[in-house]
Write a protein that binds this ligand. Sequence first.
Ligand code: IMP
Ligand code: MG
Length: 192
Amino acid sequence: MNTNSIFPYPFIDQIIISEDDIRNRVQELGELITNDYMDSEKLVLLGLLRGSVMFVTDLMRHIKRPMTIDFMSVSSYSGTKSSGFVRIDSDHKSTINDWDVILIDDIVDSGYTIHTVRRLLSDRKPRSLRTCALLDKVERHKVEIEIDYIGFSIPDYFVVGYGLDLAEKGRNLPYIASVDLNKYKELYGDAD
Ligand code: IMP
Ligand code: MG
């Protein structure tokens, strides 16, 4: 494979959110959450695997309250398309009944994932339930949703990095970068 890309993945187009900008915004979100949960002794960050891992582990460093983490694994995506059908592949382990839960995903696209999982969790009677996403593609929403904590709103690009992937590639990048989908197709065929 002959590539002259300066990036470790040859299908990357450009950096759209730098490492510094992510670090600063994650710190701000942590401070916001710290303030909002001053009265809580039972806060749990519930991250969706695997995309939210880097975000959750960075965010928790900035939350100056007693808290814990748990994860769930859900899927609705294959390649770059959301199926609209959200499947629970693996559920969270600890009980959330009577806990203050913040459901965390890497990115909101159609909104189906966060909307569906939020509804499921609210049936489990947490003390409170909020949502948080590092990125939000507002113009792509297909369901009415309100996200309580958002890192950045972005245009309709397919992005990788800071946990986000395209067919499992790109998660380790410390920044958010847009993907050149034509280049990707040339290299690997259809992502779908
Ligand atoms: P939604 O259900 O359509 O809102 O999709 C949300 C899920 O799709 C996220 O958890 C991501 O895993 C994935 N996703 C959506 N857009 C992107 C993207 O641009 N890059 C990587 N993953 C994405
Ligand atoms: Mg995901």
